[in-house]
Design a protein around this ligand. Structure first.
Ligand code: FES
Length: 223
């Protein structure tokens, strides 16, 4: 089941503002918790990522000089990226920061995927081409780099790494929200645990993040 197939997390009026943001995080956390019982492939069909981070150029990023998408340690504020996204459509947005170019795509089967729109080669802008194959593709025109639309993996050209992911959720009213990021190749759970940190102890414990279980058992220990 994809995020798009889930029942509305909040019955009643469509959420907005802070309520929608909270709902988006809640939905993502529950979804990923459930995913721990399924396969990685299932997971990839549910939430999609992107986060771009290479703000200026690949050389600077490789040298550790420049900011990379996914480097945020805290959980970013959820951001509404579209009121609705139909199959085959994409939308460009900025997340988690205003300098972080990103792309959300609704694939033909209804899956939502999100990626950094910053090529992992030399940081050119990545484009969505829906007429390439059954899922379309993410294409970098600078040096003919191509990324798999469903996974973000490199399928052609010089990019050395997959596109960083951005986690998306869809609310009951059809709006699409970006709620978290991951570094290139970073497993979803690792990315979420890193961003939950100390600021979201409940979510961290429910997701089974390292250290959270120990903290929880300490809290329950009789005094
Ligand atoms: Fe994208 Fe070179 S910058 S392929």
């Amino acid at each position: 089941m994809s995020v798009t197939e889930q029942p509305p997390p909040h019955p009643g009026p469509a959420p907005d503002g802070g309520a929608a943001a909270d709902a988006a995080i809640e939905q993502l956390r529950d979804r990923i918790s459930a995913d721990s019982l399924t396969t990685r492939r299932d997971y990839l069909r549910i939430v999609a990522t992107v986060s771009g981070g290479l703000a200026i150029g690949g050389v600077g990023v490789a040298a550790g000089i420049l900011h990379r998408h996914g480097d945020n340690e805290g959980l970013p504020d959820p951001k509404k990226v579209a009121d609705r996204l139909a199959p085959g459509e994409s939308v460009a947005f900025r997340f988690p920061g205003e300098d972080d170019r990103a792309l959300a795509v609704r694939l033909g089967d209804g899956s939502l995927v999100g990626y950094s729109a910053v090529c992992t080669h030399l940081a050119c802008g990545v484009l969505w081409r829906k007429d390439r194959g059954p899922d379309g593709e993410l294409y970098c025109p600078c040096h003919e780099g191509v990324f798999d639309a469903r996974t973000g993996e490199v399928t052609a050209g010089p990019p050395p790494r997959p596109l960083p992911r951005i986690y998306l959720t869809e609310q009951a009213d059809g709006s699409v929200w970006a709620v978290a990021t991951a570094r290139s190749g970073e497993p979803a759970k690792d990315a979420l645990c890193r961003q939950f940190g100390d600021s979201h102890p409940v979510e961290s414990a429910r997701l089974g993040c390292p250290g959270s279980a120990r903290a929880g058992s300490t809290e329950r220990r009789p005094t």
